[in-house]
Design a protein around this ligand. Structure first.
Ligand code: G1P
Length: 310
C-alpha cells in the first residue's frame, strides 16, 4: 500500500512536470523608434547603443541564451537591418583579426555570432503598441510557451533575469513576469500588478493594469521587460483592442489569462536599468563598466575623481 501510494504520487508529479512545456523561443520587440536618443538614433537602431562593449540587443540575446532559449525572434521595422547584421559571421573582420593575432578580440566577436538557422525575423509595419509587436511574432512562436525580452530593460544580475524566471517556470508552468517595486508616482510608466498570495519572492497575479495613475494603481509592483507567456495570449491579442495611450497593450491581453492559467510575478534578483532613457542608459554604462575586469578599476577612479569635483 505504502509502495502503491508512492508510485501514484510519482506518476502525478511526473504528469505535472511533463505538462510544462519548455521555453525554447524568445521574442525581441525591436521596431521602436528611439526618439529619446535622437539624433544618435537617427539612422542607427536604439538597440545598437553600446553598453560598455556590446550593443543592448546583444546583452538581451546573451541573457536569453543563458536561459536555454534556442530560437530568437526579432520583431523589426524600417531601418533596423543593422540588428540582423550584428549577429552575422563577418569573414573579412575575422581574417583581419587573425592576421593581426588578436585572439582575445576574436573570442569577443564570436560571442556576437548567432548559430545558423536560429534567428527569425518578422516585421511590425506600424507602431501600434507592444501587444501588436508580440502579435506579429504569432506564426513564428506557434503553439508553445515563449519568452519576451525588451532590450531597453537591462538587468544586471549574477544569474540572468530570464534564467531566474525559467527556473521558477519549470516548477510551476503558466505565465510569469519579472517585477519590481517602484515609487508610487511612477506607476503611470509601467504595467502594475494586483496581487494575491505573495511570499515575498513570487506573487500570484490577480489583476494587471497598464500605466495606471498613482491614485488608481492597485500596488506599486511593476512589470519589467521580461515575460514568459503561454501561446493562448495570442487569442486575446488577435482582437486588436486598444488600451492605455490608444495602443494595443500586451498587459491587457495578459490580464485576460488570469483565472484561466497560473500567472505569477517574480521579484528577480538584480538591478534593472531603463536603457530607453538617457539617465538609465548612463547609469547602466557606469554599473556595467565598474564591473568590467579590464577597465573597471580605471572607471571607478575616474568616477570618484569626478564626484569630488561636483
Ligand atoms: C512596456 C509595457 C509595460 C512595462 C514596461 C517595462 O511599456 O507596456 O507594462 O511595465 O514596458 O519596461 P513601455 O516602456 O514600452 O511604455
Amino acid at each position: 500500500m505504502q509502495n502503491g501510494r508512492t508510485v501514484q504520487q510519482h506518476t502525478v508529479t511526473h504528469l505535472m512536470t511533463s505538462a510544462i512545456k519548455p521555453v525554447r523561443k524568445a521574442v525581441f520587440p525591436v521596431a521602436g523608434l528611439g526618439t529619446r536618443f535622437l539624433p544618435a538614433t537617427k539612422s542607427m537602431p536604439k538597440e545598437m547603443l553600446p553598453l560598455v562593449d556590446r550593443p543592448l540587443i546583444q546583452h538581451a540575446y546573451e541573457e536569453a541564451r543563458e536561459a536555454g532559449i534556442e530560437e530568437f525572434i526579432f520583431v523589426t521595422g524600417r531601418h533596423k537591418e543593422m540588428l540582423e547584421e550584428h549577429f552575422d559571421y563577418q569573414p573579412e573582420l575575422m581574417e583581419t583579426l587573425e592576421s593581426r593575432g588578436k585572439t582575445d578580440m576574436i573570442a569577443r566577436v564570436r560571442r556576437s555570432e548567432m548559430p545558423a538557422g536560429k534567428l527569425f525575423l518578422t516585421r511590425q509595419p506600424r507602431a501600434l503598441g507592444l501587444g501588436h509587436a508580440v502579435w506579429c511574432a504569432k506564426a513564428l512562436v506557434g503553439n508553445e510557451p515563449f519568452a519576451v525580452i525588451l532590450p531597453d530593460d537591462v538587468v544586471l544580475a549574477e544569474k540572468g533575469c530570464m534564467r531566474q524566471m525559467v527556473e521558477f517556470y519549470e516548477k510551476m508552468g503558466g505565465n510569469m513576469v519579472s517585477v519590481m517595486d517602484v515609487p508610487r508616482e511612477d506607476t503611470s510608466k509601467y504595467g502594475i500588478l494586483d496581487t494575491g498570495k505573495d511570499d515575498g519572492k513570487l506573487a500570484e497575479i490577480k489583476g494587471l493594469v497598464e500605466k495606471p495613475k498613482p491614485e488608481d494603481a492597485p500596488s506599486t509592483l511593476s512589470i519589467i521587460g521580461r515575460y514568459i507567456l503561454q501561446p493562448e495570449v495570442f487569442e486575446y491579442l488577435d482582437a486588436f483592442e486598444t488600451g492605455a495611450g490608444g495602443e494595443i497593450q500586451l498587459t491587457d491581453a495578459m490580464a485576460k489569462l488570469i483565472g484561466r492559467q497560473p500567472f505569477n510575478g517574480l521579484r528577480f534578483d538584480g538591478t534593472r536599468y531603463d536603457c530607453g532613457s538617457r539617465i538609465g542608459f548612463i547609469q547602466a554604462n557606469l554599473a556595467y563598466s565598474v564591473r568590467d575586469p579590464e577597465i573597471g578599476p580605471q572607471v571607478r577612479a575616474a568616477v570618484k575623481k569626478m564626484a569630488e569635483s561636483l
